[in-house]
Structure formats: C-alpha cells, structure tokens
Design a protein around this ligand. Structure first.
Ligand SMILES: C[S@@+](CC[C@H](N)C(=O)[O-])C[C@H]1O[C@@H](n2cnc3c(N)ncnc32)[C@H](O)[C@@H]1O
Length: 256
C-alpha cells in the first residue's frame, strides 16, 4: 500500500516533524539510532546529518530503495533494512535511540511494537515517536475515510489511538521510566481544498489505493466528505488552504 503514489512528496510535507523529533530526542554525533518505519528516511537523514550512526528500517521495499538513493545522493552512510516494526531484526539494547515518525503507529499490534522498540534501545535511553492525534485534522480524515472502506480486522485498534496520551502511557507501562508528551502541529498548505485532496490522492499510498479499490460512487462520496473536512479545518479563508495538522510528540526513556 505504501509504495503506491509518490511518497517523497508527502515526506517533504512531514519533514518539520522529523526535525522536531530529532531535536526532542537530542540526537547527536556518536549515537547509534534506529528509525522504525522510516519511509524514505526523513528522520534518518536528519539524524545522520547530526553525525549519528543510523539504521533505517521499513516494511516497504520500494520506499527503502527510494530512501537508499536519497541518502546516497546526500552522501550519508545510512544502513537500510527491510523489517516489520513488530519483529525488529536487531539484538537487545543495541541502540542509543529508537524513533518512529508516523510509522510504527500503523502496525496492527501496538503492544508488540512498543515492546520491540524498547527491547532494542539501551536501558535509560530514548524512544521517540510522532503520532497523528485522533482529534486533529489527519486523525479526523482517517476516521472519515474509514467509513467508506472495509472495517479494520477484528482486534486491530485504530492507528489514531497512538495519538492519545493515556493510550501511549498504557502501552509504555512497564517499559518506560518517563514519558513526555506534547501536542504540536505541522502545516498542510494548498491553493484550494480540491488541490489538497488531489495532492494526497496522487501521492499518499493509502489514498491512492482507496481511489483504485473503491467503487466510483463510493469514492466520490468519500471525496466530498473529505473536502468538507478540509473546509472546516481551513484557517486561510476562501483564497487558499492552511491547516495545522495536530500530532503527538512522544519522548520516553527506557527503564534502567
Ligand atoms: C506515513 S509513512 C512515514 C514514513 C516516515 N517515517 C516519514 O516520517 O516520512 C508510514 C511508513 O510506515 C511503514 N510501515 C507501515 N507499517 C509498518 C510495519 N508494520 N513495519 C514497518 N514499517 C511499516 C510504511 O512502509 C511507510 O514507510
């Protein structure tokens, strides 16, 4: 699903979040970092530019290839690995820091993902995440879209639960000594609601898939519903679109 469309265009919009995550985790030279569900390497590239030694892992081979080309072009020595966030192929306590920006939140078994991220980070060190909140624009868009597609498989919680403070604390219970949480926003900008919709429809894997898979009339309804949401959230008036999309920035320390 994530290889559909043109993910690098989406990554560009999300780059400020990667910057915020790298800063919040205080990633610096000499550290060994794992970025989980790294996509095309937003966090990985910024962390490597800080001088960290970076491993970037993702489930989608096509995105890994794009990420590998991106890091090579930037002259950065990043190790790329194909890996499910629920089964990280790394030894216990290998990394100084483990991050995931809008990535691990999409794996179907959140408790397994939480265990894995804490397993591979050293005791006392940092696990950082950026997760869309269910109340923010992106979370609301997921909720609207989900009305039109097949329901989630039984037992799989909505990805947006990772954006709820109490859920993160519960999932990290027993793993983290401290959990710092902060809601922030990243801007989505376009010339019009239709232009913003087209941007996602052409570039974001899940949106591209929805357009391919849904019957035409169902997709048209979903689009109208989505456009109404964009208009509701737009803070730029009639002339263009600016939406501050909310996410939860998570910085936790593994128990010693
Ligand atoms: C929205 S993209 C985010 C990519 C990147 N972290 C960024 O900030 O641009 C979601 C990513 O999660 C990856 N992903 C989804 N489920 C995964 C899983 N179970 N294990 C590893 N990666 C996964 C997808 O392949 C995709 O690269």
């Amino acid at each position: 699903m994530w290889s559909e469309g043109n993910y690098p265009a989406i990554a560009e919009v999300l780059l400020p979040v990667a910057r915020a995550l790298v800063d919040a985790c205080a990633i610096s030279a000499g550290q060994e970092l794992l970025d989980v569900a790294a996509g095309t390497g937003n966090v990985a590239v910024l962390a490597a530019e800080e001088g960290a030694s970076v491993v970037a892992s993702d489930l989608t081979p096509a995105l890994i290839e794009l990420g590998r080309a991106r890091s090579a072009e930037a002259g950065l020595d990043i190790e790329w690995a194909e890996a499910d966030a629920e089964a990280l192929p790394f030894e216990d306590a290998r990394f100084d820091c483990v991050t995931s920006s809008f990535g691990a939140m999409f794996a179907p078994r959140p408790e397994v993902v939480a265990r894995e991220m804490f397993r591979v980070v050293r005791p006392g060190n940092t696990v950082g995440m950026a997760n869309w909140t269910p109340e923010g624009f992106q979370g609301q868009l997921f909720a609207r879209r989900s009305r039109y597609g097949p329901p989630l498989p039984e037992g799989v919680p909505p990805a947006g639960d990772w954006g709820r403070e109490e859920v993160v604390r519960e999932r990290f219970d027993g793993l983290a000594a401290t959990v710092d949480l902060e809601r922030r926003t990243v801007p989505f900008e376009a010339e019009s609601p239709e232009a913003l919709w087209s941007f996602f429809e052409e570039n974001a894997g899940p949106a591209v898939m929805a357009r391919k898979m849904l019957p035409e009339t169902t997709y048209a309804e979903m689009r109208e519903d989505g456009l109404a949401l964009v208009r509701e959230w737009n803070t730029a008036g009639d002339r263009s679109v600016v939406i501050d999309a909310e996410y939860l920035l998570v910085v936790a320390r593994r128990r010693g």
